[in-house]
Design a protein around this ligand. Sequence first.
Ligand code: FMN
Ligand code: 173
Length: 402
Amino acid sequence: MTEHIRTAAPAGPTSASDLVREIYLAGPDGREGQLTTDLTALEDAVRAVLPPAVFGFVAGGSGTGATGRANRDAFDQWRLLPRALHGFTRRDLTLDLLGHRLPAPVLLAPISAQTAVHHEGEIATVRGAADVGLPFVLSSYSSHSLEEVAAAAGPGPRWFQLYWPSDDELAASLVRRAEASGYTALVLTVDNPSVGYRPADLDHGYLPLIRGTGLANYTSDPVFRAALPPNAGPEAVVRQWAQVNGNPSLTWDRLNRLREWTGLPLLVKGVLHPDDALLAVANGADGVIVSNHGGRQLDGAAAALDCLPAVRTAVGNTFPVLMDSGVRTGTDVAKALALGADAVLLGRPYLYGLALDGRPGVRHVLQCLLAELDLTLTQIGCGSVRSLGPELLAPAGPLGGC
Ligand SMILES: Cc1cc2nc3c(=O)[nH]c(=O)nc-3n(C[C@H](O)[C@H](O)[C@H](O)COP(=O)(O)O)c2cc1C
Ligand SMILES: O=C(O)C(=O)c1ccccc1
């Protein structure tokens, strides 16, 4: 299934200053045909190349789109307060997270059905992530099986995201396969008891999974296959998946079942309320991901960035807290870290890089993000991502003591 995939040698700069220098040295001709370095402009570029239904699925949100807009507004409402003449000549972007050292506090968020936007799908994504050394979180709903993605990743770090199916035997099988394939953490998504009300998808009558895209972990699973009728065709597969998909009866106390199935660290994704963060801690989670699913689930839900400080306060300083939803730039990463996140997950921007240019597109997006994060630390006067704090932020508007 993966033999058509190009294995382009990882190319390009290794640091922010390299990236910027290479671009200026290459001059305008060297930029011809290259993706923009403005990561907020990628969505428009993607709109021009994807079929409207696919674009609606990836870029769209739930309901009126209020939560998607709130995610961006929340970042814009904070201003950075730089300090001058700080003397830092080097910046340290590294982070130790759950026993692994990351080159920067950024992961690639789980995104389903990636062959809908590029024929290489998650294979290209995991390779683009590995080029930069950042962990890819593979969705349960991937277009290539978790074993194929692991093989393509090589030593690149990878986590597995679980949508807990209604059949525990299937859930256990997925989790055990992930552990056996070298995924080093498990992310349980809890903000999707059912798929959100998404007008774009409803108007197009389009969901990739219903078309059979994104079910590779199921069609390759022995438990799932055993439950299929003999000689089941694609329609029977989708029907069977629809039966086990979604699990609104899940409760916090069930997290201990996961502990019976795997020794992997467990993060709970999709927490907004500080009391849910506390329940995650109380039920043995190793981390939480503050997220509203990029505004795709509950329309009108609070912006993830707005929820972050209260979650951090609730769980204390040392418990791993990650966030996603609305991160678009290096300065966004700095703001999230200053407000209490240990790391962020990037969602749509890398998917847009994938849609536009496969593995090099993913790599480009990640390099641009890290370049701007690195430059942000220099400009703000901070020697390490670990020392970003609220003293470097101010709400928009006039400041009393500035
Ligand atoms: C097309 C698409 C598919 C997604 N699929 C999943 C998924 O399978 N599992 C999951 O936990 N989150 C999924 N998400 C949510 C992302 O993991 C992440 O929370 C969100 O994209 C972050 O917001 P951002 O896109 O604004 O960066 C998906 C998001 C998009 C855009
Ligand atoms: O699109 C998503 O965000 C996602 O996670 C999902 C969940 C269920 C069905 C299809 C997609």
